[in-house]
Ligand binder design. Structure first.
Ligand code: F6P
Ligand code: MG
Length: 443
């Protein structure tokens, strides 16, 4: 493997990484502190004085964390005794060995991906070291709110899905491929609704998602959907009479409307027989403000079932059934909340890697997954996607992502330059997107 280019980092003053570490991360920490404070009475109701003590203790850890970040202090080893700390502390040593002149690994001098992941892990440490608030999800309120603010869009999407599924036998209806592309694109643009980029500000979907697709098409910089379709078709053709259709893994990103769009896509591919199984992958701790964890996943299905809108609730009921029957399943793995690039997965999380190897198609949602796919490096835009993956190739895979960080590979010669001249913020505004596919070479 050739050595990859340098990591994006806050050490490049004025870069998006720098602005994130300087402005956005401290703001997120401040909001976490506020949230704990606002929930003081709830902690009291549950645990009495001990609850208040725990809340104070967590807040003092978090204030210290914010101070360390803002004054560019060295990154500290984790101490909460959880089973992932060895992996974290080893990774820190690896970072240390990469530092020039034996400088300490610190917030502004280290890779952005690493310190950003580390911050979320330290938030969890602050809670775990304050036992009675240990399982409080500091981002839950924001996720719930964004779910409710997207109700209108959810209703129209669920209604559309039911119509498509009911009308499927009608020969005048759009062919399957056309419908598939629509649901895939809705899931793609659903990725704009993340709360990390807006530091928790409202970022929900207000308009009907289907109607806007045609206008958005020109913002998709790489569109490999035809390859996805080919993979699904191939899985349908093979496997004899009983086992037909693909096993699809969806590496989830954000809760709220984006999760709804992912569930709708999964419903569509299973209900039409394009896939026979969908395995969802979420985070095991609260992560990057809006990322899905198990509780969010189950909650979202329950809420959808409980909707007073007929089609929405019908979707929820179907989703519950798919979960119960095992057609759908939810999985988490600590690897998703480690700072490693995915090219480390085979050695760092061999069990996860081998489970993905049994997939026909791995869909990776969102920007953070793209950063991890490419190691968050300063790649030339024309470097082939497969090369930036550096050996991460468990199965055919596809990034479904709106651009929110300074990394984008696999473009045509001149495409990146042209975008930079027209729209200098093209990589970070969330306005552009990719559906970028890679398939391991056949043996
Ligand atoms: O810090 C902001 C940011 O980290 C992005 O730049 C980042 O990759 C994104 O938030 C999270 O986006 P997503 O939810 O699409 O992974
Ligand atoms: Mg996210």
């Amino acid at each position: 493997q050739l050595k990859p280019p340098q990591s994006l980092s806050a050490k490049f003053e004025g870069s998006f990484a720098y602005l994130t570490v300087r402005d956005r991360l401290p703001l997120i920490l401040t909001k976490v502190i506020d949230t704990l404070h606002r929930n003081k009475n709830n902690f009291f109701d549950e645990h009495g004085e001990a609850g208040i003590e725990a809340e104070k203790k967590a807040i003092s850890f978090l204030s210290k964390l914010r101070n360390e970040l803002q004054t560019d202090k060295p990154v500290l080893p984790l101490t909460d005794g959880a089973e992932d700390i060895e992996a974290w502390n080893q990774y820190m040593q690896r970072q240390q060995s990469l530092m020039e002149d034996e400088q300490p690994v610190s917030w502004f001098k280290s890779p952005w991906l690493y310190v950003e992941c580390y911050m979320y892990r330290r938030i969890q440490e602050a809670l775990w070291l304050s036992p009675r608030v240990g399982d409080f999800d500091v981002f839950k309120e924001g996720k719930t709110q964004s779910f409710f603010e997207s109700q209108q869009a959810t209703k129209s999407l669920c209604m559309y899905l039911r119509e498509v599924l009911i009308g499927r036998n009608n020969p005048n209806k759009n062919p399957l491929l056309e419908q598939f592309l629509k649901f895939l694109q809705v899931s793609l643009w659903g990725n704009r609704c993340d709360l990390s980029i807006s530091a928790g500000q409202d970022n929900s979907q207000k308009t009907s998602p289907i109607d806007t697709l045609a206008d958005l098409q020109r913002f998709i910089l790489v569109d490999d959907s035809a390859d996805l379709w080919a993979v699904l078709m191939a899985a349908q053709a093979s496997g004899g009479t009983e086992i037909r259709g693909a096993t699809v893994d969806i590496i989830l990103d954000n809760a709220g409307f984006e999760l709804i769009t992912d569930l709708v896509l999964a419903d569509f591919i299973v209900s039409t027989g394009l896939a026979r199984e969908v395995r969802f992958h979420g985070k095991s701790i609260p992560w990057f403000v809006s990322d899905v964890n198990k509780q969010d996943f189950n909650w979202t299905i329950m809420q959808t079932m409980a909707s007073n809108h007929k089609e929405t609730s019908a979707c929820g009921v179907q989703w519950k059934r798919y979960m119960k029957e095992g057609v759908w399943s939810y999985h988490d793995h600590r690897f998703w909340t480690l700072p490693h690039a995915f090219w480390d997965m085979a050695t760092e999380a061999p069990d996860l890697y081998s489970s993905l190897q049994s997939s026909n198609l791995v869909l990776l949602k969102g920007d953070l997954n793209y950063r991890k796919l490419t190691g968050d490096r300063d790649w030339e835009h024309t470097v082939p996607f497969g090369r930036a993956l550096r050996g991460f190739q468990p199965a055919p895979l596809c990034s479904v992502r709106t651009l929110k960080a300074n990394v984008q590979v696999g473009l045509q010669p001149g495409q990146g330059e042209k975008l930079t001249s027209q729209d200098p913020d093209w990589m970070t505004s969330g306005k552009y997107a990719v559906i970028q596919f890679f398939s391991p070479p056949k043996e």
